[in-house]
Design a protein around this ligand. Sequence first.
Ligand code: GLN
Length: 410
Amino acid sequence: MEAWKLISKKLEPFQYTVWTEFTPLAIKYNAVNLGQGFPAFKCPEFAKQALIDATNSDENQYSRSQGYLPLCQELARVYSSKYNREINPLTEIAVTIGASEGIMCALLGMVNPGDEVVMIEPCFDLYIPQTAIFGGIPVGVPLTPPTPGENQWTLDFDRLEAAFNERTRVFMINTPHNPIGKVFTRQEIEKIAEILEKWPNVCIISDEVYEYITYDGREHISIANFGNLWDRTVVFGSAGKIFSVTGWKTGWAIGGADAIKKITTAHMWNTYCSNTVAQGAIARMLRIADEPYIGFPNYYEWMKNEYTRKREILHNLLKNATKIGVDPIIPEGGYFMCARVNPSLIESSYLENTTYDFAFCRWMTEKLGVCAIPCSAFYLDHHKQDGENLVRFALCKDYKDYEAAEKLLS
Ligand code: GLN
């Protein structure tokens, strides 16, 4: 091959994602897409109106690189009250092109070649390439899956502690968790924080984009508020997840000023700033979200109630899905439900050169018309077998999608 055709060595190992395979596959087979996590329903009317209002007030030019000031001020208000501390809108907030770009900027600003990044597995797939692209070494600490009939994934704290050493530069946590829906409890976060206190040079990336989606009265707890961790922690949030506008690609980080500066420095050379009109709209939306909404005390309670209903529907659907015989694990938060798959169901042609979960998802999309995501995609190469018997279904789809899936799978 001519040399110019070669992709850079940094990107060479990372030319595949499940998202670019499975969403087109679902479209090709006209399948019900319970795979990629984007809402299949409309965003709230107040979001559309806020975007119109921001456009009409001509908020259309580059914003301040770190974030459009009206949005930073609203975020400071929201999170100061959540975290019970005064957050400085100028220095303790960064607005990015979704949490994905924000995490990339955080890793660019934190990781030197050879540094180790400890992450809890499974983990959202992009943590792994984003770490490796900057020369970091991902170190996975797998969670222990629930035994059949149980729903709780557990963290082995000795194993976590053993993952840290002088080369560890970053620790990454995600709660509520994608893909498994674990919500770390106060006791768990406390124990993790105790380990982190022993490693004062480690920065913390806490992905909390599903912060408002917890079930059965569970509390969302952020590690940023434990001990002295605030200064070296960046916490990610996402307007896409909160307001069902994933295509607006607007997220943010809050955290200690020195930690946030690593993100804003990288972001300044990457896109310079995020989309101003979306930022202007989101500033308005964060105010409206606190007001009573369709019979609920606020928008967040309405949203939680919607996902709680869909969790129930999807759980029943999967329990009764006789054509696939899966064993669903009930999530504690977030917008996904994982299920253990029956290892002897599908045609052997699907099993060549791949793991069972991938074969299963391709088969289910093509033959039954329902798409899900294989969970080995959320593990490092040497731990992929841990995810091979699991597939992930999205909770963020429309009621009619679950009705259709029920007919196709039972
Ligand atoms: N967060 C979404 C999911 O887990 C996917 C995001 C993406 O497509 N990169 O499904």
